[in-house]
Design a protein around this ligand. Sequence first.
Ligand code: KG4
Length: 335
Amino acid sequence: MKILAFESSCDETAVAVVEDGRNVLSDAIASQVDIHAIYGGVVPEIASRKHTEVIAALTEQALKEANCTRQDIDAVAVTYAPGLIGAVLVGLSFAKSMAFGLGVPLIPVHHIRGHIAANYLAFPELEPPFLALAISGGNTLLIDVRSYTDMEILGATRDDAAGECFDKAARVLGLPYPGGRPMDELAQTSAGGVYKLPQAHVDGAPLDLSFSGLKTAVVNLAHHAEQVGEELDRGALARDFAQAVSDALVPRVVEAARLAGRKTVVAAGGVAANSIIRGDLERACRENDLRLFMPPLKLCGDNGAMVGAQGYYEYLAGHTAGMDLNAYATRDIAE
Ligand code: KG4
């Protein structure tokens, strides 16, 4: 079954053709990162406009690269939530018109389910159940993935997402947007151990997380250094910051897997590209006898193939939608 898949929830327009949920025939991406970098973050209105400009041509490109005609397409999958509402709406409207025009089913895909499904593309042997750590620009979630479409959130951030926190810390260190990767590179230049940063705990909810205190601590450190004319050890701060994020995430992953009785752990989302988090996850999973799957770096960020992968399993579960399908800025992954 060939699925034409659309992703437009943030600042990448992505269109892919995926066969039977696992085989990527094409994966075309138009990134807007350079445009938003001028503003130091994603400008929602610009994101929507850019999606509108490129989505038709990108669809032609994805079909061509997959050696497909429109008639070869069996279904259309699309990210319908969560994300920037105007941005999601562009992809959704285009996907609807495509499904309607071709007379094929329309499959709604939750963006974070898509991130998790990126692993199905990289690892043919991977099947649920497993414990997923989804860490992206807008979400930080510990999810018990019981089946391809049955999921339960076991822990979540109470405030900022891990990626948002990386981006804000990067900005005060003078690094470009999006800051996760440059922060990662800067962190490699130091062994850290210089700055003591806070770790938050949520009373009564040991698997929940909070990153806003950590973010504020880094902002305050940078502003204080500037005010008193002190030289900041930027490499050490980047390293200690990444370590603090990793120390918040990794033990909770192990604990969540234990509580859910899972022996497999899957990482997903843009922040899953972070080298310190990847290293710590590998170590912790080895020590706790857990099998770990982490997507290759190119499948960590937003892409259309992941939507096509999850779309296949949503279709098998009977999850299709009519032309009244709406876009949502927020939506529970379990719905
Ligand atoms: O999954 P993603 O591409 O988009 C969303 O769905 O949000 O994640 C983007 C986030 C950004 O905050 C970016 O700074 C972060 O992932 N990121 C990283 C790294 N590469 C990307 N964060 C930490 N370390 C990295 N190497």
